[in-house]
Design a binder for this molecule. Structure first.
Ligand code: SF4
Ligand code: SF4
Length: 338
């Protein structure tokens, strides 16, 4: 008899630190929902020397920190293998988030022991769904490289960004992941940043998924994946009435670093120059003024303040004007274990 896996909310842990480091913004692909915004994030590729000195700014020798190396496409950086090794020696747990092209022969330059996770992105269970979003031929390249990485013994995770374009195909992912040998599955929700911010409802594409659709699809797919032995993580998004709202900016340490030196604590803010820190001459400086961190302590009935300000279309209201759901912090996750 099969039991239904139970979703657990992964509360913010005191002392947990996550560093999301965009070492460049260039990419070999042009996904339709790309959130990279060169006007806000710069176009630089950081030198190895700069990456290493910035890594030292966020390292805590006494405490493990999760480092997620991102781009653009991080494997476009010629020194990625050296960056991974340096980060490990600073006690980071290192993940590389790749679009699957694994440029500069990454698999030949690092060993599975040197990299905690190698993450691939697919937005559909086959080329028909994935490639119109991520580009012609991308599904095949990504899955071929993923198979190679599995065969070499790397820990592999896969990210699927749910939007109005692909939510109806999410249920076909768990069998594919099982077949590919992926043991960790991250379901993301589309954010209205970068390209999707320019195609709001009524525009060319309706990217956003409504609450009923999200709640009727995502937990069931996660349960199916968990039954197949896959560890699944997905955003909470809608809080139950009894659940407590918490802003990660107040209770956790998350840093989103861009090559132009901006450092955000909240990913929803990344299209705006309201970052709370900046790196100047290799020093991390707190910025004074009306920046993201001034908004974190505000309490509103809708939950997340930045969601209400920047993407309010996911909030529904009752006739009396009260919100139907509170929106959780976008960094709050649900987890289903095998
Ligand atoms: S792979 Fe990532 S960075 Fe590159 S275009 Fe797609 S979403 Fe943007
Ligand atoms: S998403 Fe909302 S709740 Fe989370 S850090 Fe940003 S402002 Fe705070």
């Amino acid at each position: 008899m099969s039991t239904t896996p139970h979703a657990r909310t992964v509360g913010f842990q005191a002392g947990e630190r996550n560093v999301f480091f965009h070492i460049l913004t260039a990419c070999n692909l042009a996904c339709r929902h790309c959130y990279i915004n060169p006007d806000q994030h710069g176009t630089a590729t950081l030198s190895l020397e700069t990456v290493l000195s910035w890594l030292k700014l966020f390292a805590r020798p006494e405490q493990q920190t999760n480092l997620i190396l991102l781009g653009g496409e991080p494997t476009m950086h010629r020194d990625l293998a050296a960056i991974i090794r340096a980060a490990k020696s600073l006690r980071y747990a290192v993940t590389v988030d790749s679009n699957g092209y694994l440029l500069h022969d990454l698999l030949d330059k690092v060993s599975p022991q040197e990299l905690d996770y190698l993450s691939f992105s697919l937005d559909g269970p086959d080329p028909v769904i994935n490639d119109p979003i991520r580009g012609e031929g991308v599904f095949n390249v990504c899955t071929q490289n993923l198979k190679k990485a599995v065969a070499l013994g790397f820990n592999i995770s896969l990210i699927y960004t749910v939007s109005g374009l692909n939510i109806n195909h999410l249920h076909r992912m768990p069998p594919l992941l099982e077949e590919l040998g992926v043991r960790r599955f991250f379901i993301q929700v589309i954010g209205l940043r970068g390209n999707p911010a320019n195609t709001q409802p009524g525009g060319e594409v309706n990217w956003q998924v409504d609450p009923d659709q999200w709640l009727s699809v995502v937990p069931q797919v996660a349960a199916d994946a968990a039954r197949r032995g896959i560890h699944v993580t997905y955003p909470k998004v809608y809080l139950e009435p009894e659940e407590v709202f918490q802003c990660a900016g107040m209770v956790a340490e998350n840093f989103f670093i861009f090559p132009n030196g901006r450092v955000y604590q909240c990913p929803l803010c990344e299209d705006h120059a309201i970052h709370s820190y900046e790196i100047k001459e290799n020093r991390l400086l707190h910025r004074e003024g009306l920046n993201e961190d001034r908004f974190f302590p505000l309490s509103i009935p809708e939950g997340c303040v930045m969601n209400k300000l920047l993407q309010p279309d996911n909030i529904g209201y009752a006739k009396d004007g009260s919100p139907l759901h509170r929106i959780s912090c976008c960094l709050l996750k649900q987890e289903m274990l095998p």
